[in-house]
Design a protein around this ligand. Structure first.
Ligand code: SF4
Length: 252
């Protein structure tokens, strides 16, 4: 079953495969996925609000709402989270005041749970903007998506909104410091496992020089039934190729 988009601002803490005990922050519209991608494997199903700019008539939480919701949750928690993570109903950097949201969350973290790290799970679509890269750098961890090396596979697999260009995304990621790349590989007719895509993806990793690469496959339901999970052996082969260029890689 596909996941229902979140109804509120705070969710969890969830046991994240990659982050441990993570408290999620959803700064996107309630119960609607908003994203400049329409990935064939998205656990929320096809993108309802497909855009690179959220229309002004769609209500979004403001800094005050995020502050109140996060403070209330942290006060009620017995054990502090390991991470406070921007994620939720799509791409968090679509929020028009993403920078303000980062400041609010960092300030509350410092006050209520200084041991927790702040992080984002992002699809990298808007990393082409210098001001956004500055906001991302205020977080402790930036986990940024790059599933494809070939522009054709990118268009079919991630289905980016018009104007989002893989070459510019790669350049934006290369200009971001201490980035962690997350890549989801799937087999099947609409998957991204063909050799030429993987080879050009490796070339992009060389340019980005991430501090780590996280590899994973389908773990939940997905909308495109032509996809299949990658095998352990397939992921292991990709991990070996990443390590060969001197980068650290892990399978989740
Ligand atoms: S980037 Fe994430 S939220 Fe957006 S469509 Fe892809 S998997 Fe879903």
């Amino acid at each position: 079953m596909l996941l229902e988009p979140k109804a509120g601002i705070i969710y969890g803490p969830v046991r994240s495969r990659r982050l441990g005990r993570s408290l999620g922050i959803n700064i996107l519209p309630a119960k609607t996925k908003a994203c400049p991608f329409d990935c064939v494997y998205c656990q929320y199903g096809w993108t309802a609000c497909y855009t690179s700019t959220i229309p002004p008539d769609i209500p979004l939480p403001d800094g005050n709402a995020v502050k109140q919701a996060l403070e209330k949750t942290l006060i009620g928690m017995k054990e502090p989270p390991a991470y406070i993570t921007f994620s939720g109903n799509g791409e968090p950097t679509l929020h028009p005041d993403f920078d303000g949201m980062v400041d609010v969350v960092n300030a509350i973290r410092n006050r209520f749970t200084p041991s927790a790290k702040t992080a984002i799970l992002s699809n990298s679509a808007l990393v082409t903007e210098k001001s956004l890269r500055r906001s991302l750098m205020k977080l402790d961890r930036r986990i940024m998506k790059l599933d494809c090396g070939s522009p054709e596979v990118f268009r079919r697999y991630n289905q980016p909104y018009s104007g989002i260009d893989l070459e510019k995304v790669t350049q934006g990621l290369a200009e971001l410091e201490d980035v962690i790349i997350q890549a989801l590989f799937s087999a099947g007719e609409t998957g991204n496992l063909d050799m030429s895509n993987i080879e050009s993806w490796i070339e992009r990793l060389k340019r980005i020089n991430p501090k780590a690469v996280q590899l994973y496959t389908l773990d939940r339901d997905f909308p495109d039934k032509k996809l299949k999970p990658a095998t352990k052996k397939g992921l292991f082969r990709i991990k070996k190729s990443v390590k060969k260029i001197g980068l650290s890689a892990e399978i989740f």
